[in-house]
Design a protein around this ligand. Structure first.
Ligand code: 13P
Length: 383
């Protein structure tokens, strides 16, 4: 069977948590290079507390490699010794057969030409990025996996034919710190990789590289589009869950929000994507990710802070909330709320999505937070 070389592009909280599992697996499989490289956007980190030792700065990649810990994005969690943090993208991706993308797409996109130059010509990818984009040309959805595929496909010198870069997704109920603590989690891997020339089942090989039988159980499906859309769309609903919490409302209200939320997610997939399977919504990437994000996610937390600020008459901006509460991590839900709104508006579909529309109205358009309840009323023409 073909030898695998895995590269992880991104080293935020989820990137580091995923790298933990992947590096452990790589060390245990004969078909994988033991060393796994993780591309780290270099930052200067202050070390020393000013009491025991003088505060000074050190490069994040060097700290990760010396201490086997990512003190900025996944503090207190030991990373395996065969995981090498690498600030150089060329070195990270050289001859990689499996590329795992886990950073906001705005930062990833400019890196793709460099990745393409050095990756194995037979490389495939898995995106862990939970975003959807509005395509102004087609007035449709632009999936991240599709954009990665377009960025990394190339014309082969031998026969001049286009070699399509295949990209799947891994989505699921995956709060990074919980995965890193070893709490049991499930995840959904959606891939449609054809077998390679050695006849290897690359869908199953990819699953094995990501799976941890005891604490991070990965299930395979083929519905890349539905899986990816669920991962992004649930962040919008989680912002709404934060509003519900900020208003001091209870579990019944949040349950109603999640129920209507998953219906709008499914309707959205049917309106904008082809071939989405109804069963995807009961996988970890669907219902379970919606639940965990509405209960324990950063989008929920920031939604609550936003709601409280509005209720007390303040006008704290989303940028300020992100800066003051996420320690350099990015909030995806508000951007997704805007992208989804653009899509629905462009197709004249806002009325069919009362909850998505209401969350946009509160988050962006200055509507009162307590009007979230109006988003939970489904008009007859929508039912
Ligand atoms: P947050 O970004 O809201 O923390 O969501 C995490 C997540 O996607 C859990 O699966």
């Amino acid at each position: 069977q073909t030898h695998e070389k895995v590269a992880i592009i991104g080293s935020g909280s989820f990137g580091s948590a995923a790298a933990l599992s992947v590096a452990r697996n790589a060390a245990s499989f004969d078909f994988c290079d033991t060393e796994v490289k993780m591309y780290t956007f270099e930052e200067e980190i202050t070390v020393g507390d000013g009491i025991v030792s003088f505060p000074e700065t050190e490069k994040l990649s060097r700290i990760i490699n010396k201490k086997h810990e990512n003190p900025k994005y996944l503090p207190g969690v030991k990373l395996p010794g065969n995981l090498l943090s690498c600030p150089d993208l060329l070195t990270t991706c050289l001859d990689a057969t499996l590329l795992i993308f886990v950073m906001p797409f705005q930062f990833l996109k400019p890196l793709l030409p460099t990745v393409k130059k050095v990756m194995s010509p037979n490389a495939r990818g898995v995106s862990l990025i939970k975003e959807v984009h509005f395509d102004e040309e087609t007035l449709g959805v632009k999936l991240i996996s599709k954009q990665i595929s377009e960025g990394l496909s190339f014309r082969r010198e031998e026969d001049g034919r286009e070699r399509e870069f295949k990209c799947g997704v891994l989505m699921g109920a995956n709060i990074a710190s919980e995965i890193a603590n070893g709490d049991f989690s499930e995840s959904t891997l959606a891939t449609r990789f054809p077998p390679n020339t050695d006849g290897d089942n690359l869908n199953e090989k990819t699953r094995l590289i990501l799976n941890n039988t005891t604490s991070f159980r990965v299930y395979s499906i083929r519905d890349v589009e539905g899986c990816e859309a669920c991962g992004a769309l649930k962040n919008v609903i989680a912002i709404g869950a934060g509003f519900v919490d900020g208003l001091g409302m209870g579990s019944n209200t949040k349950a109603a929000l999640m129920r209507i939320g998953i219906q709008e997610m499914e309707r959205f997939c049917n309106d904008f994507l082809d071939g989405v399977s109804p069963s995807t919504f009961s996988e970890s990437c669907g219902m379970a990710d919606l639940i965990t994000t509405c209960v324990g996610g950063r989008n929920r937390k920031c939604g609550e802070i936003f709601a409280r600020s509005r209720i007390s008459g303040e006008t704290t901006s989303w940028d300020d909330i992100e800066r003051d509460n996420l320690n350099g991590q990015r909030l995806r839900g508000v951007k997704t709320t805007k992208q989804v709104h653009e899509l629905l508006k462009s197709q004249g579909l806002l009325k069919l999505y009362p909850l998505f529309s209401k969350i946009y109205g509160i988050a962006i358009d200055g509507e009162p937070v307590d009007s979230i309840i109006d988003g939970l009323y489904i008009p007859n023409e929508v039912v």
